[in-house]
Design a protein around this ligand. Structure first.
Ligand SMILES: *Cc1c(COP(=O)(O)O)cnc(C)c1O
Length: 407
């Protein structure tokens, strides 16, 4: 992977600044905005130069499955924001998860994970990894005693997400990382819900961070992408050879979109968190709402832990209504401004019924095990004015209708 020297020392910049300037490599045309290198291959001045490139004697781009300048700018910028030594970009969040785990694990290895995982992540752990002779055990991630018990035996990897989707449980990253390291495991965190701004897993003891860049990093519903961040050694020795030969590479076009997404990440996520807090507080007082879950509400059972390891509560609010599926569907169908969508982190606020969509596949028993009921609605907050969102929810039947105004 070609990597030119970083003239800005982006690792010393605040996230806000790194998000705008980090990783930029200007061409001979000295463009302001990051260039889109939409090329699959590269040319050589001589046969000797090509031979040197393949021999590893010189650092340069060879083929876009291995590396591409726009993709490299994206990953360098994300590393600067995260405070990670190195990273790799992938075609989707799921390819980031799969590549990180397969880069780490071999036949006979053992993975311990939290049960409350994004649906496809749970599928990889429960169904795909075991096919390759990797033993996996999923436990209640909220329960430190369960981690302790599972990690009393050696393991190679620990895998979890926090806050969890959609029930927004918080897992103690410091405590679990310490237990994992004692068991010989590397800690892989799916940090999508917290974003690179609200939670720094590497500072809390984790070894590898994965993102679905599809969510907040794009944040405007345009393309898929993923990223894996960690130590230079892991990236050079495990990740790059794996990616080079298996090809989960990110398209340069998507990298360019995501690079521009990073530029506005700080302002978007800050605003989305403020709106989420405001909507969560409003929901808490409303008739017909049984429970509101938001990590920074005082009523969250792990509010203190959330405040310790996160800088804000995130951009998603989950709530339970009085009633079940019919009432939840009626509410979603009555929304006019907020679309029904299983995506999240978008500029547009989005609402979904996890039990019948994102968590349909795991079955009623699986949902009960992670606390997802028919009465649960997940709301991803966007960039709209919070009053308009509250009015939409109120008009759709949340609360007593006292705030009823047409949106
Ligand atoms: C969306 C998501 C993924 C998967 O990402 P894709 O980009 O859709 O492949 C993984 N983990 C979490 C927590 C997610 O929200």
């Amino acid at each position: 992977m070609s990597r030119l020297p970083d003239p800005l020392h982006a690792d010393t910049l605040h996230a806000d600044t790194a998000a705008v300037h980090g990783g930029i490599q200007r061409s001979q045309f000295e463009e302001t905005a990051e260039a889109l290198y939409l090329t699959s291959g590269y040319v050589y001045g001589s046969a000797e130069e090509a031979a040197e490139a393949f021999d590893g004697a010189c650092e340069r781009y060879i083929y876009s499955r291995y590396g591409n300048p726009t993709v490299q700018m994206f990953i360098d910028r994300l590393c600067a924001i995260e405070g990670a030594e190195a990273g790799a970009a992938t075609a989707s969040g799921m390819s980031a998860v799969f590549t990180a785990l397969l880069g780490l694990l071999r036949k006979g290895d053992r993975l311990v994970g939290s049960r409350a995982l994004f649906g496809s992540c749970a599928h990889i752990c429960s169904h795909i990894l075991p096919r390759y002779g990797i033993e996996t055990e999923l436990i209640d991630g909220n329960d430190l005693a369960a981690w302790e018990q599972a990690l009393a035996r050696p393991a190679k990897a620990v895998f979890l997400e926090t806050p969890t989707n959609p029930q927004l449980d918080i897992i103690d990253l410091k405590a679990v990382s310490a237990l994992a390291h004692a068991a010989g495991a590397e800690v892989v965190i799916d940090n999508v819900f917290a974003t690179p701004l609200l939670q720094k897993p590497l500072e809390l003891g984790a070894d590898i961070v994965v993102y679905s860049a599809t969510k907040h990093i794009d944040g405007q519903g345009r393309c898929l992408g993923g990223a894996i961040l960690g130590s230079r050694q892991f990236c050079d020795e495990a990740l790059q050879p794996f990616i080079r030969h298996t090809g989960p590479s990110m398209s340069p076009f998507n990298a360019w979109i995501l690079l521009k997404g990073l530029e506005t990440l700080v302002v978007r996520v800050e605003r989305q968190c403020r709106t989420a807090m405001e909507v969560a507080r409003w929901l808490e007082g409303q008739a017909g709402v049984r429970r509101v879950i938001y990590p920074f509400l005082d009523s969250h059972p792990q509010a203190a832990l959330a405040r310790r390891q996160m800088r804000a509560g995130g951009t998603v609010v989950t709530f339970e209504i009085e009633g079940g599926r019919p009432e939840a569907f009626a509410l979603l169908n009555a929304l006019r401004l907020i679309p029904i969508s299983n995506n999240l982190g978008d500029a547009k606020s989005l609402a979904t019924h996890p039990a019948s969509t994102t968590h349909h596949r795991i079955g009623a028993e699986g949902r009960a095990a992670v606390g997802i009921g028919e009465d649960m609605i997940r709301l991803s907050l966007g960039l709209e004015h919070p009053e308009d969102l509250i009015r939409d929810l109120n008009r759709a039947g949340v609360g007593n209708g006292a705030d009823h105004r047409e949106v």
